[in-house]
Design a protein around this ligand. Structure first.
Ligand SMILES: [Zn+2]
Length: 374
């Protein structure tokens, strides 16, 4: 049998794969960083063979609590990703499989590769509502793609949607697929009405290098992009530098920054209560957005999430805080689970690409419902 990960977004180290009943693996660290948790690999030559896979360094991962009640994602065709029962004993992560096919893929979450990203940009660019542009290059020389949707910024509110600052949080780009598809459907009344009032700037992937390299949290230089917003540089964090520069040019009325959370098995929003002099008006608008998304989508809730920051505690290194403070606008971090939404669990697929896309559509519905208030 063979284990491989030398492909777009692939990541694993093999300790020993001589015995299919005891395949021992380790997750490599992110580029120039100590973070690790993302894995994506193929096992081949194993049809009808009872296999046991063990990730031996699971407890040292960035978020070991992410392995509690976690089930690994598996696929034969790289389109349908189903879940397999998985055990975490406090040290290592283990699962068993007896594949029907000669080869099977395993990943931390359904991957969204840079090839899929290129397909997404090419397909949305066909819409007459879309203008695509390249803001500049990453450290690995990849393009920073920007998608504009609308009839022009003049006289309209400006909304930015960005995703995947943390490249291993692939659910964020699955969310983007849903949001983009919904906004570009010429028969969708919500999109047609919304685009009379809003011009969108969208970055479906903030971290192309980390995505291709199979990192969980960092870019090629080892920078955690969601700590770079106060002082980004072309040497360390060109992704943030280029996007922030464009934001300064366009201005902003609302930002959604889309992420995944390793540990919490629910969807939730985090706001900007920690910034100095946060305006009550803007915080109330954020809460109104959150209440509305709750009403729109049974996959969203607001009982579980991050604790609210104390006013004045934010350092503005984080995107949501930096944007709220700089533009005095509504700004939020959306977190989706790696595991499942425990309020509406799915035993076969857990939290899945299709459910991310639905939440993307619900988020656009929510923007439509609150747009006149912001
Ligand atoms: Zn994140």
């Amino acid at each position: 049998m063979l284990i491989s990960s030398a492909f777009d977004s692939g990541k694993i180290n093999v300790v020993n794969s001589d015995d299919p009943a005891n395949i021992r693996l380790k997750i490599p660290k992110d580029s120039n960083s100590d973070f690790y948790q993302w894995f994506y690999f193929r096992a081949s030559g194993i049809a009808d063979t009872a296999c046991k896979f063990t990730i031996e360094n699971a407890s040292g991962a960035a978020y070991p609590e992410g392995w509690q009640n976690y089930r690994v994602c598996a696929s034969y065709d790289r389109e349908t990703w189903f879940r397999i029962e998985t055990r975490f004993d406090g040290t290592s992560l283990t699962w068993e499989a007896e594949p029907d096919q000669d080869s099977i893929y395993f990943a931390y979450f359904a991957p969204y590769t840079m090839e899929q990203h290129a397909d997404l940009i090419a397909s949305v660019s066909l819409s007459p509502l879309v203008k695509t542009s390249v803001l500049g290059h990453t450290l690995d020389g990849q393009d920073m793609d920007l998608v504009e949707i609308g009839h022009g910024p003049e006289g309209r509110k400006i909304i930015w949607l960005i995703a995947r600052q943390h490249p291993g949080e692939t659910m964020a780009e699955w969310w983007m697929e849903g949001a983009l598809d919904y906004l570009l459907d010429p028969d969708n009344p919500v999109a047609r009405a919304l685009l009379k009032k809003v011009h969108f700037y969208i970055v479906p992937n903030m971290n192309p290098d980390g995505s291709k390299r199979g990192n969980l949290r960092t870019n090629a230089a080892g920078a955690n992009l969601n700590r770079e917003w106060l002082t980004p540089s072309m040497e360390r964090s060109p992704e943030v530098f280029l996007v922030r520069q464009k934001m300064q040019e366009t201005g902003m009325d609302l930002l959604m920054d889309v992420h995944g959370d390793e540990a919490i098995p629910q969807n939730f929003l985090a706001g900007f209560e920690g910034i100095p002099d946060a305006s009550d008006e803007k915080i109330n608008q954020f809460k109104q957005f959150r209440d509305t998304l709750c009403a729109v989508s049974p996959d969203f809730q607001q009982k579980v999430g991050y604790p609210e920051s104390t006013p004045g505690s934010a350092t503005l290194k984080i995107c949501t805080d930096y944007i709220a403070a700089t533009f005095n606008c509504v700004s939020m971090t959306l977190e989706m689970p790696f595991k499942d939404n425990d309020d509406l669990p799915d035993p076969n697929f857990g939290w899945s690409p299709e459910r991310c896309a639905h939440l993307g559509r619900s988020s656009i519905d929510t923007i439509h419902l609150i747009i006149d208030e912001i």
